[in-house]
Design a protein around this ligand. Structure first.
Ligand SMILES: Cc1cc2nc3c(=O)[nH]c(=O)nc-3n(C[C@H](O)[C@H](O)[C@H](O)COP(=O)(O)O)c2cc1C
Ligand code: SF4
Length: 682
């Protein structure tokens, strides 16, 4: 027997009449790929890729909305409309082709949305208790609201069944349904408030209406909070009792267990832990609920690696293990485990760029898998070219260069990489100097392992000049040299400041009394700030923005702010540093404001740290340009829509292009997207 045959993760699971071919699932998550509230091609290809990659069950949508007065908060599907049925059917068919079962999460968002969206209908909740994250002051649901929403759940379930889906789950954490359960959000004194029976009345009315609509054979489960884990919230005792009652009713086929609350960004990181937080923090709890409820239990929360997932199944803690972000990072996890290539799984490093992007950028994107959500144009499995094989020289082994080298080698080209320093990774090596974010090194390590397998040579400690590159007789030269930190515009004192890189790299130690001026808005300054604060310095963070680090989403904001509170960091927004001067043994920073002309303030400190992105290291590119066949030019239209990307400008010469921060200061995803989308065209 093979190892795969004995692997607990790869054993089938019988859920009612369904056979799930293994124990791995993707829990419901809204990637905001919907178009007009419908799961069209992008949505379908995204889920079909996971199906192709061997997953047993994909729970589609995140919170597909059953009622019109639950407007989409983050691209949610409109399961209240009949037009969704054919789109869901196409999606289900595409997954079924690979024997992957498809379900959908349906919900009424309750207070977790805004009133100023879609039809401007009032937001409603069991009681008028505001959700801080979405800020609506909800109206108290009336009896006629409850009646129509119950009916909406039933007709939504019917649509899902008509589309050929294998089942549904209700979302019951942070939304309307569990709003009735929690003493924090249910202040009612009618038949829906008070006793646990009353607080469960809405849930049972919904399940009864849904069962009447779809019958007893259709799979219906619930993703439920079983412990809000806050004082005065739903306790573990009550949560487990709810799980037990729902299970005992015989009306639910599975429970998908959540612990914690999601009403603020900080709370949400407890439910969906990000990088630097504990692995599988609620797994044992989910196991306790499974033991009490005695029906199938699913669960996901940072079970990021196969070993932990296997443990969850082998120890009987779960029936199905959710690896949701891990599949955003690598939709082929199961296929790799089955082939004995577990070591080749692209790791989910917990960066949670994916989730932050649904609010910040309107679509989920993985920090280091640019194919996710772009399946129509970027492949997850790069195939060999059937065109001529080329000699490719990549200069720079940061994320952009490593990705370009990997993809070019997968295409079959012969690749040599030249790196100026003694190690690959570029700015990621700086980011991981913040111990809380050290897992990001997986972005580098995974690529190094792939390059090793592909036989790509990286030559370290080579500051490449044009002659070094030309000596290799390349057909293609990829400039991925990155950038160097630049100062923000200052009227004076350029020579008195140090950069966030100086702090992150350890080249400069934090002084006692530090002012950090972030005129970039991303992780760079925040990472330096966290290091400075943890080193025990007195720190003031100054930002010209309306809130600090606006390039970063709410989930990533949370641990920085926690550290700032704990270390007493002073945060000053809407303010610029316009000059720095020396005064005795100290520095004096002059502060100004975009809002009040002439307003000035001063800070006397020991050290000024600045962050203003990078200036591209482009000398090599400029030196190579004259001898290149395309003079460095790129046809952006062709890059995006197909066709010849590199226009011939003269006879002879190599193809030359630059990627990542060697073009302009951006982020890790942009570097990696550049790397793959250019190298794919070689
Ligand atoms: C982009 C994104 C959107 C999500 N949206 C939902 C949602 O709408 N409903 C839900 O129940 N969970 C949602 N989640 C949470 C996931 O289902 C899952 O619980 C979470 O990612 C933790 O599991 P993981 O560590 O395996 O990723 C979302 C997660 C992500 C990354
Ligand atoms: S962005 Fe980070 S957390 Fe999200 S899937 Fe990618 S690696 Fe995982």
């Amino acid at each position: 027997m093979t190892a795969a045959a004995n692997d607990p993760l790869l054993q089938p699971f019988q859920l009612k009449h369904l056979v799930l071919k293994n124990r791995v699932m993707s829990t419901s998550h809204e990637p905001a790929y919907s178009e007009d509230g419908l799961p069209k091609e992008r949505y379908r290809l995204y889920h079909a890729e996971k199906a192709r990659g061997g997953i047993a069950l994909t729970m589609t949508a995140g919170s597909a909305i059953v009622s019109r007065d639950s407007p989409a908060a983050f691209g949610n599907l409109h399961v209240y409309r009949d037009e969704i049925v054919p789109w869901l059917r196409e999606l289900a068919d595409a997954c079924h082709e690979h024997d992957c079962k498809v379900m959908i999460q349906i919900t009424h968002l309750g207070r977790r949305t805004g009133w100023n969206k879609a039809d401007w209908l009032p937001v409603l909740a069991p009681s008028s208790v505001r959700e801080p994250a979405h800020r609506a002051f909800p109206k108290t649901a009336e009896d006629w609201d409850i009646d129509r929403i119950v009916a909406d759940y039933a007709s939504a379930a019917q649509r899902c069944q008509a589309a050929g889906l294998d089942g549904i789950e209700f979302e019951s954490y942070g939304h309307l349904m569990d709003g009735f359960w929690s003493p924090l959000t249910n202040l009612r004194d009618d038949e829906f408030g008070g006793s646990l029976d009353n607080r469960l009345r809405f849930t049972f009315r919904v399940i009864d209406a849904v069962r009447a609509a779809v019958g007893n054979d259709f799979v219906v489960g619930i993703r439920m909070v079983a412990d809000e884990d806050v004082e005065k919230g739903l306790s573990k005792a009550e949560g487990v009792e709810i799980a037990r009652r729902l299970a005992a009713s015989g009306k639910f086929d599975f429970l998908n267990i959540i612990r914690g609350m999601i009403h603020t960004d900080a709370a949400l990181t407890g439910v969906i832990p990000i990088t630097g937080m504990r692995s599988a923090p609620h797994l044992d709890f989910a196991g306790d609920v499974r033991a009490a409820a005695k029906i199938p239990v699913f669960h996901a929360a940072r079970i990021a690696d196969v070993a932990t997932a296997r443990h969850a199944i082998a120890e009987g803690k779960l029936d199905m293990v959710g690896m949701t972000r891990p599949h955003i990072a690598d939709p082929h996890i199961v296929a790799k485990v089955t082939r004995g290539e577990e070591h080749r799984i692209r790791p989910c490093v917990g960066a949670t760029y994916c989730l932050d992007r649904i609010y910040e950028g309107g679509e989920a994107l993985c920090i280091h898998n640019a194919a996710t959500g772009r399946e129509a144009t970027i492949p997850h499995v790069v195939t060999r070219t059937d065109g001529p094989l080329k000699k490719v020289v990549v200069v720079g082994a940061g994320p952009a260069g490593l990705e370009a080298a990997r993809v070019a080698a997968e295409r079959g080209h012969s690749v040599t990489a030249l790196e100026a320093s003694g190690q690959a990774g570029g700015q990621i090596r700086l980011a991981v100097q913040n111990p809380r974010r050290r897992e990001l090194i997986g972005i580098v390590d995974w690529r190094l392992a792939e390059l090793d397998r592909l036989g790509v040579e990286i030559r370290y400690d080579i500051w490449a000049e044009a002659s070094d590159v030309e000596a290799l007789s390349p057909d293609v030269v990829v400039i991925a040299t990155g950038g160097l930190p630049q100062n923000p515009p200052l009227e004076a004192g350029d020579d008195l400041v140090v950069s966030s890189w100086d702090i992150l790299s350890g080249a400069v130690k934090p002084a006692e009394n530090v002012l950090l001026y972030d005129d970039n808005g991303g992780h760079q300054a925040m990472g330096a700030a966290e290091l400075i604060a943890n080193a025990g310095a007195r720190l003031e963070l100054v930002s010209p923005e309306r809130f600090f680090a606006p390039e970063m989403g709410g989930m990533n904001h949370a641990p920085y702010m926690r550290a700032f509170h704990e270390k007493g960091v002073r945060v000053t927004i809407n303010t610029r540093v316009s000059a720095v001067r020396r005064q005795g043994n100290s520095l004096v920073a002059t502060l100004s404001s975009d809002f009040a002309k002439g307003w000035r303030d001063e800070r006397r400190i020991d050290q000024v740290v600045v962050e203003h992105g990078t200036a591209p290291l482009e000398d090599l590119y400029l030196a190579l340009r004259p001898a290149s066949m395309n003079l460095g030019a790129v046809d952006y239209e062709a890059l995006v829509n197909g066709g010849e990307v590199f226009p011939r400008k003269q006879t002879g010469g190599y193809t030359l292009f630059r990627i990542g921060d060697a073009v302009a200061s951006r982020n890790i995803h942009a570097a990696i997207y550049d790397g793959i989308r250019y190298a794919m065209r070689l």
